[in-house]
Design a protein around this ligand. Structure first.
Ligand code: NZQ
Ligand code: ZN
Length: 383
């Protein structure tokens, strides 16, 4: 097992009925005024907004609202948020929503202390401090609720890039899985596929390290079962909470402990796809890229891919397991090819070049350090 540091400072309050605790948690930090950041408005129709503002009122916390965070959030909207925080003398950010809202909250929190937020994404400056971020999660997927990362799209440059840093861990995250029963079915699926992909980014780097490798297998199987159950009954709280907690464990440090930092090529490739096609949900893009990447790469760590085939799907070869993975995703209604996403074959070189821009700040992939041609070949398999 590789040496590692595990230090996750986020306090998680998990379970049905926990949203009213948010005001008191924020008040413990001596905060009197926050930016309430939200998306398009689902929180107004499912009762989450009411619970949050009632709790803020009870704890005597004032708030200013900034609506309209898009799925695949954009830089310009985050910059507007920074302006509001400065003008209104706000002391922290309360993200109420999914990964997109939380990521933008973290970006605003870091950008408050920077001359130019995008410099952090370009790795020109380090994130040394950030305003405190609190979250009320409404979709389980990214683990942004308990990780130190944020992803934004610079829409002028078509770059979907990330930042990371210890100050970006949320101070407190509230996870009430029951509020996710209002999710459109495909969002539940894309969230689950994102969580599965986080686990697999680490898992395929493994050389059999325990207990992390077996924990990851359990998480994969738990997510499969939970989504199957939710497909029958979206109100199944047991399944919804199993999915929610698995999605947290997928990227809060547990699934990666000792596994060499993970590979992350599939994520970088997917971010290139959704940079050019913002209508593509992150999980949908991963459902397309991951099976293709496995096909392209598996001989480089064959033992581990064979273990995956056997333990997860009961198969004796990787090709059959790839087919089984795609069948599983298809059975949930997910796209599994670029064609399914409505992307044309002619776009492959453009997407590959977009992905390859990230090479200016870091390498792409660890099992194989991918060059432009590798990315094109993976996208061709994904077509
Ligand atoms: O806009 P609203 O009204 O909030 O609607 C959202 C949005 O349309 C809706 N939704 C959320 N909760 C709901 C709900 N609708 C009904 N009922 C509810 N309870 O779902 C849609 C998707 O929300 P979004 O926040 O975009 O989803 P997700 O959590 O999957 O976040 C995706 C973003 O996170 C990034 C992705 O690239 C993408 O930009 N990632 C962030 C990571 C991180 N911070 O660690 C890691 C990931 O790998 C990922 O890259
Ligand atoms: Zn992801």
């Amino acid at each position: 097992m590789q040496n590692f540091v595990f230090h996750n400072p986020t306090k998680v309050i998990f379970g049905q009925g926990s949203i009213p605790k948010i005001g008191n948690e924020i008040a413990k930090y001596g905060i009197k005024r926050v930016l309430l950041l939200a998306g398009k408005g689902s929180i107004k129709t499912n009762g989450v907004y009411e619970q949050v503002v009632e709790s803020l009122r009870e704890s005597h916390i004032d708030w200013v609202e900034h609506w309209g965070v898009r799925p695949n959030p954009v830089l310009s909207h985050a910059i507007e948020g920074i302006k509001i925080v400065r003008e209104e003398n706000l002391q922290g950010i309360l993200a109420v929503g999914g990964g997109s809202v939380i990521d933008e909250a973290k970006s605003i929190a870091a950008g408050f202390y920077l001359d130019n937020l995008w410099d952090a994404f370009e790795r020109k400056v380090e994130i040394e401090k950030a305003l405190p971020v609190f979250t009320v999660l409404t979709i389980s997927a990214t683990c942004s609720e308990m990780d130190p990362y944020a992803v934004l799209t610079n829409e002028k440059e078509n770059k979907k890039w990330n930042i990371g840093g210890f100050p970006l861990y949320p101070k407190v995250s509230i996870i009430d899985p029951s509020v996710q029963s209002t999710l459109p079915w495909e969002q539940t699926v894309y969230g689950a596929i994102d969580a599965l992909s986080h686990i697999m980014e680490f898992y395929f780097q493994s050389k059999g390290e325990e207990p992390t490798t077996s924990i990851n297998e359990t998480l994969i199987l738990t997510i499969f079962n939970s989504v199957d159950q939710l497909q029958t009954n979206p109100l199944d709280y047991k399944a919804r909470s199993a999915l929610s907690w698995s999605a947290v464990l997928a990227l809060n440090g547990i699934s990666g402990a000792g596994l060499y930092g993970g590979d992350w090529a599939c994520h970088t490739i997917e971010h290139g796809i959704s940079a050019l096609h913002p209508e593509v949900a992150h999980g949908a893009g991963l459902a397309v890229v991951f099976p293709a990447w496995i096909k392209y790469i598996h001989t480089l760590n064959e033992m581990q891919f064979l273990r995956w085939a056997k333990v997860i799907f009961g198969k004796n070869n990787v090709d059959s397991a790839i087919l089984a993975l795609k069948e599983k995703y298809k059975s949930w209604g997910s796209p599994v090819s670029l064609r399914d996403l409505g992307i044309f074959k002619e776009e492959i070189p453009l997407i590959a070049e977009n992905v390859y821009q990230a090479y200016s700040i870091r390498t792409i992939g660890v099992l194989k350090n991918l060059d432009l041609n590798d990315i094109i070949e993976i996208l061709k398999i994904a077509y």
